[in-house]
Design a protein. Structure first.
Length: 455
C-alpha cells in the first residue's frame, strides 16, 4: 500500500474524578496517573526535542515504574475504598505505552467486572483490546461505554476502530462514513480538544482515499489538522505530523511533507515509518531531478530521433489533433499544441503538450506513477500520474499527449539537499493520449491508502 495513516495517539487518557464514595488516597492515586499521562503528552514542553527525543520513551518508562510503586504501596487501602476504580487506574497506568500490555488487559477486565457502569474503564479496556488486534471486542467496549454515558473518548475511539472493520468494499465504505460521523460528534462535545480534531482529520483523510477522492474531504482533513495543531497535547502527537505529511505528499507539497515526517520522527524515535518516509521521499525527489536534468540518461542520438518523430504530431495527438476535443460532458475545448517551455505554473487552459517518454522513475512508493518526457525541443519535464491501475503505465519511447497540463514547481531544501525541477501532475490517466490512443477505463483505479501502527 502506498501511503500510511496513523491514529497512534492514546485516546483514553481521561481526567475523570472518582465518585463521592472514594477517599482521599484514591484521589491521590488518580492524580499520580494523571501526572504520568501529562508527563508523556507534554514531554517536549519541558525538554529540547533535538536533544531529548531519544530519551522520551525511557523517561516515560521510569515515570511508569514510580507510579506503579505508589500504586503498590497504597493498594490495600485503595481496594477497600473502591476496588473497581483502583483497578481502572492501575490498568490505565500500564496502558501508557503504545504496545499491547497483557497485564493491563487482565486488570481492566477485573475493573469492569467489579463495576460494569464504569465508563472510563470500558474505554480503557477497549483501547487495550484494540492494541491487541481484537477490533470487534474493542468496538463492543466503546459502544457499551457510549450507551452508559455519551463521551468524546468513546466516540473518537469508535471512529478509529470502525475504519479498520469491514469484510466487503461496501461495508468498509459504510464504516468509513460512520467513522467520520463519530469523530465529528466527538469534536462537537469539546471543540477545544485537539486529540478529537486529530482523529477527525484522520477520518476525513481516510474518507478521501476510500470514497472517490473528493477534494472537499482533503481540505476538511487539513482544516482539522490545523485545529489539532492549536492544542499543545495534540501538537506533541507524532501521528498528527505524520498523517498531515501523508496528505501533503499526495498534494506534492514536498517541502512541508518532509518537515512533517522529520517532526514526527523527533517526537517518537522508536517509530520507524516517519524516518523511512522522509528518506524515501527525499531520495525520490533527488532521483527525479537527476533524470530531468539528464533527460532520462538517454544518448543524444536517441533523443534526436524522438525530436524528429515529434515534428509531425498529427498521429501522436490522436483525438486531440485538429486543436480541440470534446469533454465527457459534451463541452468542446480548443487546444493549442505548445512546447514545455511555454507552460506556466498551475493549469494551462486550452493547451496540450506532446512528448516522448525518456524514463520511468522507480520508487519505494508506487503512487504516483512517475516518468519523464521530452518535447520536440528536447526540454524535459517529469510527469506524475495518480489513480492509475496497477501494472499500467508508459514505457520509454511512448508518445504522451497531456491536455490542459497542471504544472507544479518542485523546490525543496531539506537536510542539506536542494532539489528543483518542473513537474506535470495528472490526476486521472483517462485524459492522456498514449501513442495516439486515449487511455481507457481499464487504466483507472483509485489510489489506496494503508495503515501502520493503528488507524
Amino acid at each position: 500500500m502506498a501511503n500510511n495513516i496513523d491514529d497512534g495517539t492514546s485516546s483514553c487518557s481521561t481526567n475523570v474524578k472518582p465518585n463521592g464514595n472514594s477517599g482521599d488516597k484514591l484521589r491521590q492515586i488518580q492524580d499520580n496517573v494523571d501526572q504520568l499521562y501529562y508527563f508523556r503528552d507534554h514531554f517536549f514542553d519541558n525538554h529540547d526535542i533535538n536533544k531529548e527525543s531519544n530519551n522520551k520513551n525511557k523517561e516515560v518508562e521510569n515515570e511508569l515504574k514510580k507510579t506503579l510503586d505508589i500504586l503498590k504501596t497504597h493498594r490495600d487501602q485503595c481496594e477497600r475504598e473502591n476496588r473497581a476504580w483502583f483497578y481502572y487506574q492501575w490498568g490505565r497506568a500500564l496502558n501508557i505505552t503504545p504496545e499491547f500490555n497483557p497485564e493491563a488487559l487482565e486488570i481492566l477486565k477485573k475493573a469492569v467486572k467489579l463495576d460494569y457502569k464504569l465508563t472510563e474503564a470500558w474505554n480503557e479496556l477497549g483501547e487495550c483490546l484494540w492494541r491487541k488486534g481484537d477490533m470487534e471486542d474493542a468496538k463492543n467496549c466503546f459502544e457499551g461505554a457510549l450507551r452508559r454515558a455519551p463521551n468524546k473518548v468513546s466516540l473518537r475511539s469508535l471512529s478509529m476502530v470502525l475504519r479498520q472493520l469491514g469484510n466487503t468494499k461496501d461495508e468498509k465504505k459504510k464504516n468509513v462514513l460512520d467513522g467520520v460521523t463519530k469523530a465529528k460528534e466527538a469534536v462537537n462535545m469539546d471543540i477545544e480538544d485537539g486529540i478529537s480534531w486529530l482523529v477527525l482529520g484522520n477520518a476525513y483523510l481516510t474518507a478521501f482515499f476510500t470514497l472517490g477522492q473528493d477534494p472537499k474531504l482533503l481540505k476538511q482533513s487539513m482544516a482539522a489538522y490545523r485545529q489539532a495543531n492549536r492544542d499543545q497535547a495534540a501538537r506533541n502527537q507524532p501521528d498528527l505530523h505524520y498523517n498531515r505529511a501523508v496528505a501533503l505528499k499526495y498534494e506534492e507539497e514536498y517541502q512541508e511533507a518532509l518537515e512533517g515526517f522529520s517532526k514526527s520522527q523527533l517526537l517518537d524515535q522508536s517509530w520507524q515509518a516517519p524516518k523511512s518516509k522522509e528518506r524515501d521521499l527525499l531520495q525520490y525527489l533527488k532521483k527525479v531531478q537527476s533524470l530531468v536534468v539528464n533527460k532520462g540518461q538517454l544518448k543524444q542520438k536517441r533523443l534526436q530521433s524522438f525530436s524528429t518523430s515529434l515534428s509531425n504530431p498529427s498521429k501522436d495527438l490522436g483525438p486531440y489533433v485538429g486543436g480541440k476535443y470534446v469533454t465527457s460532458g459534451g463541452r468542446s475545448i480548443v487546444l493549442e499544441n505548445v512546447a514545455l517551455s511555454s507552460l506556466h505554473p498551475g493549469i494551462n487552459v486550452e493547451k496540450v503538450v506532446l512528448g516522448k517518454v525518456v524514463c520511468q522513475v522507480s520508487s519505494e512508493d508506487p503512487i504516483p506513477f512517475t516518468f519523464c518526457i521530452v518535447d520536440q525541443r528536447l526540454d524535459c519535464y517529469s510527469v506524475t500520474i495518480y489513480n492509475l491501475a496497477q501494472g499500467q503505465g508508459v514505457i520509454i519511447g511512448d508518445s504522451v499527449a497531456i491536455p490542459e497540463p497542471f504544472v507544479q514547481l518542485v523546490n525543496v531544501d531539506h537536510n542539506e539537499s536542494v532539489v528543483s525541477y518542473r513537474n506535470i501532475r495528472v490526476d486521472s490517466p483517462m485524459v492522456l493520449v498514449v501513442n495516439g490512443k486515449k487511455f481507457g477505463l481499464d487504466k483507472h483505479a483509485p489510489s489506496e491508502i494503508g495503515f501502520t501502527k493503528s488507524q
